[in-house]
Design a protein around this ligand. Structure first.
Ligand code: GLY
Length: 601
């Protein structure tokens, strides 16, 4: 249960004064942008119903209302948080087919409150065996100049979603898989109503087809079936009969429906190869999930212990670093309030340190040495925090907890986060991805599955930045079996051995900064999950050296520019789903930036 740190309870009022926002119970203005729908509409047509509600028995916060409800259906049927997470994850693959799904992968942090056990499940996509470090550098330019690590067969990493669901089910599940797939099967067969965020994804496909006519064959199934050739409007019902049938089969057969002699490896790789890819059936059949120990960082702001995702996530380390820097420097700066220029400047400089480390040092630790201990060394983090000047900005080159030895390093696309807590406090924080909107744009028509473009999360061409403008080091070059560096940051904060808050986000590198700011808001005494999630946010990822402010924070612009920051307005900083444990119940919150809605019982 959450013990509120009473240091900054008045910050909302101050933010409202500084930024011209209304209070969260009013019409707070979230940013708008390609993937950040207005909060006026969602699949249910209204968000009001799930606001401020506390639930006694369990809660699910996903970025799609049917997916939140799928999890709650399973909780009500007697399933635990992992059962509910599997149902939610599979339903998201139906209702957010451009954000995540069977053709992608993800990370899940599981905390069993009754025993104190915590596990991190890594079912991220891996590099195919025929792709090496110079694979992309050697490719000829495409006809229209598109990046082959983004679209078509060469963009596709080996999917881990269904092996991940099976691993989670075998380790923690209590209900039969057939029961867990039922809500997803229903959503696929009966259909779901298109919301504003979905229409945003359709617009991305329209623009891509226009800019790159040579990609029209690649996009064809997605465009014809999920985008209705662009003739689509709010409330239209999308049905996916092939996916419904396949999900039903998965419920009956389990992993045999995916890999092995009766699996779909030949079907999947056939599509990939027809569009220039190199996936082999062995890639699918040999894929393995990895159970990892979560990063545990104790006594954050005295009261909290954090369970964070280790590499190949970069988010766990980055969030731990920024929280520690904030804790160390806030008192010496007179405890500036959240939403003030001083607080925002400190957080920005801490983000710059963390993203410099991300770029220089992070990759799949199963393949390269990642100095996790040094990056999380409290004394080193505090020394980096001490270099932050409240009247100036750091030189880019001097950013990083580990200074120097920098090689030439260098936006919600296809990702979705949800959180679940059940009546026993069992908690799941799960972020899943196909990377870009509709991933590689390739679909396996027979089963209605969209294939990811996770290969773009590798350093594909040394020195060049990826889809999200991130520069990454050669440590993150592709190698067979390796996992690309990720920003996905499913996180659980504990107090006295019990879940206090769980959060995570979609949005490329903004996953890290979005999740971080929601956690900080709760740590600093924000009273509701909803207010923490809806508050305006900022983002800095070291390079490019630009501080991005959501519209609600633009009041800070003059002072931050005077301090030396290059400031730009942004449409949104991540899409965060969170659940806060209050004395009187669980409060789930889904981010209005994507139009989701939470559920509970
Ligand atoms: N595909 C987004 C991430 O893993 O960071």
């Amino acid at each position: 249960m959450r013990h509120v740190t009473p240091i900054l309870i008045i910050h909302l009022v101050l933010v409202a004064i500084l930024t011209g926002c209304t209070t969260p119970t009013g019409g707070h203005s979230a940013g708008t942008g390609a993937t950040h729908a207005s909060d006026a509409t969602n699949e249910s047509g209204s968000l009001a119903a799930d606001r401020q509600v506390r639930y006694a028995n369990g809660a699910v916060a996903a970025d799609s209302k049917p997916a939140s409800e799928a999890g709650v259906e399973i909780l009500k049927a007697g399933g635990n948080a992992v059962d509910a997470a599997i149902a939610t994850a599979l339903t998201l693959s139906v209702t957010r087919p451009y954000s995540c799904g069977i053709g992608g992968g993800g990370f899940m942090i599981i905390f069993v409150e009754e025993t104190g056990e915590s596990r991190a499940l890594d079912y991220r996509e891996t590099c195919p065996m025929r792709v090496g470090p110079d694979f992309y550098a050697k490719l000829p330019a495409t006809a229209s100049g598109y990046d082959p690590s983004l679209y078509g067969g060469r963009a596709v990493g080996i999917p881990g979603q269904l092996p991940g669901m099976i691993a989670a089910h075998e380790a923690f599940g209590t209900l039969p898989l057939e029961t867990l797939v039922a809500p997803a099967v229903r959503a696929a067969r009966d259909g779901f109503a298109v919301d504003a965020n979905y229409l945003g994804a359709v617009e991305k496909v329209r623009s891509l087809r226009k800019a790159h006519p040579d990609l029209r064959p690649t996009c064809r199934w997605v465009w014809d079936n999920l985008c209705r050739r662009g003739v689509i409007e709010l409330g239209d019902v999308i049905r996916q009969p092939e996916l419904a049938e396949y999900l039903e089969r998965f419920g009956r057969e389990g992993i045999a429906a995916w890999s092995g002699p009766d699996g779909i490896a030949a079907l999947l790789t056939g599509v990939d190869r027809a569009f220039d890819g190199v996936l082999l059936p062995g890639d699918i059949d040999d894929y393995e999930v990895v159970w990892r120990d979560p990063l545990v960082v104790e006594e954050i702001f005295d009261d909290y212990d954090a369970l964070l995702m280790p590499p190949p996530s970069s988010g766990g380390i980055a969030i731990a670093q920024v929280l520690a820097m904030m804790e160390h420097r806030l008192p010496s700066a007179g405890d500036p309030l959240p939403g003030t220029p001083a607080y925002s400047h400190l957080m920005t400089e801490a983000m710059r340190h963390a993203f410099a480390d991300r770029a220089r040092h992070l990759a799949d630790a199963d393949f390269v040495d990642v100095p996790v201990d040094r990056l999380l060394d409290r004394a080193m983090i505090e020394r980096a925090a001490d270099r932050i000047d409240f009247d100036d900005v750091l030189e880019s080159d001097s950013c990083g907890v580990i200074e120097g030895d920098s090689p030439d390093v260098l936006r919600d696309e296809g990702t979705s986060h949800f959180s679940v807590i059940d009546s026993n406090g069992m908690t799941v924080a799960c972020t899943q991805t196909i990377n870009g909107t509709f991933g590689s744009m390739l679909a396996v028509p027979e089963i209605g599955v969209i294939l990811n473009n996770e290969m773009n999360d590798f350093t594909t061409i040394p020195g060049e930045s990826n889809l999200f403008g991130l520069k990454q080091s050669d440590r993150n070059l592709p190698e067979p079996g390796k996992r690309p560096l990720s920003s996905m940051s499913p996180t659980i904060l504990l107090q006295n051995g019990r879940t206090s808050v769980t959060a995570g986000a979609s949005g490329g590198p903004r996953i890290i900064t979005g999740t971080l700011q929601v956690l900080l808001a709760v740590i600093h005494g924000e009273e509701t999950a909803r207010a923490a999630v809806e508050a305006s946010r900022l983002h800095h990822q070291w390079k490019p050296d630009i501080l991005r402010l959501e519209a609600g924070l633009l009041g800070l612009r003059p002072e931050l520019e005077a301090t030396g920051h290059v400031v730009e307005e942004t449409g949104g900083v991540g899409v965060v789903q969170a659940i806060v444990v209050h004395e009187n119940g669980l409060e789930p919150a889904s981010d209005p930036r994507k139009g989701g809605a939470a559920a509970g019982w």
